[in-house]
Design a protein around this ligand. Structure first.
Ligand code: NAD
Ligand code: UDP
Length: 351
């Protein structure tokens, strides 16, 4: 399998994964509408590869298009056919991901995430392409007590965004049941943060971020005054919430391993957690960021956020055994690389 369609390839995780795919010699087709991104990260990928002396020739093809339109998806499949390098697998990132917005605009999330995926699967069937790696999320689990979550953990998303991921996984299950040509991996990401160590690509949230790490980065460069920590009385070691932060480059590598698994194994559908298996509290993340980057991150404690959880950490043993994937980067690497990206690009990709 050499030719891969990456939907949402200009986004945060998509751009880092495109970089890893190209570096490994894959031919990459990107379909992105830029609703939450721009063409710039894809240009930056070429700069990084040039600096690393990796020649990609014409291995990167980019099409601006909307996944909800079958005609746009067909266009990229046709381009690939004309190049004599038909798309053999899809890594499917495209979708909307803001939990808060999904509470207010649920139908928009069903439209982009669910309808977009239905269009994609229909076109894949038409073009005899049966391999897909889907960006799912740990948000589909119903967290319980302070224990690691494996793939059999009870499901129960608590917001429309999570519900769309849950429903897409169900749909992919039905797709496999109805036609056993499919090879499907649902990758359930925990908390991706950090950036490529070059500082050229990274996370570029629109407006004021909601997630902890982009907020810390913006406090670090003085764009935001302080972090408001949501609660100091959680049943955790220091009273603040614990998450499983994972470096975006390790996550990108997980997609390459997932593609290798798809080619080598029999047709199937499986769910795999991508997390480090290590929990980090809000205070630990702030302290590590301060130490490694020699900056001050002021914070205050406020009340708990509605619907929040104390402890969300992966049991990643399935990824280790099935994909032979072991995350290499720790919290210090994540804080170092994230900060380099943010100081080099205080306004994200906008000049
Ligand atoms: P992102 O918003 O940076 O990237 C998504 C990309 O998809 C963007 O470039 C956007 O323009 C594009 N897109 C959205 N709708 C589209 C459409 N209809 N047609 C074409 N392009 C479209 O998000 P990300 O952080 O890179 O996340 C990628 C995927 O991983 C998403 O599906 C997200 O739900 C999932 N995920 C992300 C996280 C996280 O914390 N970042 C965690 C778990 C799962
Ligand atoms: N958090 C916080 N202040 C913020 C944003 C997040 O204290 O402004 C905490 C939140 O309660 C959780 C952790 O940081 O314990 C990670 O939150 P984030 O929203 O980044 O990820 P998610 O909760 O979706 O896993």
């Amino acid at each position: 399998m050499n030719s891969i369609l990456v939907t949402g390839g200009a986004g945060f995780i998509g751009s880092h994964t495109c970089l890893s795919l190209l570096k490994k010699g894959y031919t990459v087709y990107v379909l992105d509408s830029y609703i939450n991104s721009s063409p710039v990260p894809l240009q930056r990928i070429s700069i990084i590869l040039e600096k690393e002396n990796v020649k990609i020739d014409d291995k990167l093809t980019i099409l601006k298009g909307d996944l909800r339109k079958e005609s746009d998806i067909k266009k990229i499949f046709e381009i690939a056919l004309k190049k004599n390098k038909p798309i053999e697998a899809v890594v499917h990132f495209a979708g909307l991901k803001a939990v808060g917005e999904s509470n207010k605009k649920a139908i928009k999330y069903w439209d982009f995430n669910v309808l977009g995926t239905i269009s994609l699967l229909k076109v894949m069937e038409d073009y005899d392409c049966w391999n897909i790696v889907f960006s799912s999320s740990a948000t589909i689990y119903r967290p319980k007590k302070n224990s690691l979550m494996d793939e059999n953990h009870e499901l129960g998303p608590s917001n429309p965004y999570g519900v769309t991921k849950f429903v897409i996984e169900k749909m992919l299950n039905d797709a496999f049941r109805s036609n056993q040509k499919w090879r499907i991996i649902n990758l359930r990401y925990f908390n991706p943060i950090g950036a490529h160590p070059s500082g050229l690509i990274g996370e570029d949230p629109l407006g004021i971020p909601n997630n902890l790490f982009p907020l810390i980065m913006q406090v670090a460069i003085g764009k935001i005054n302080e972090i408001k920590i949501f609660g100091k009385d959680w049943p955790t070691k220091d009273g603040t919430g614990i998450r499983d932060y994972i470096h975006v480059m390790d996550l990108a590598e997980g997609h390459l391993k997932a593609l290798e698994f798809l080619i080598n194994e029999k047709p199937q559908i499986c769910n795999i957690n991508l997390g480090t298996g290590i929990g980090t509290s809000v205070l630990e993340l702030i302290k590590t960021f301060e130490k490694i980057n020699n900056v001050k991150i002021p914070y205050v404690f406020t009340g708990r956020r509605k619907g929040d959880n104390a402890f969300v950490v992966a049991d990643n043993s399935l990824a280790q055994s099935n994909l032979n994937w072991i995350p290499k980067m720790n919290i210090e690497h994540m804080c170092r690389d994230g900060y380099l990206w943010q100081i080099n690009n205080p306004n994200g990709y906008l000049k």
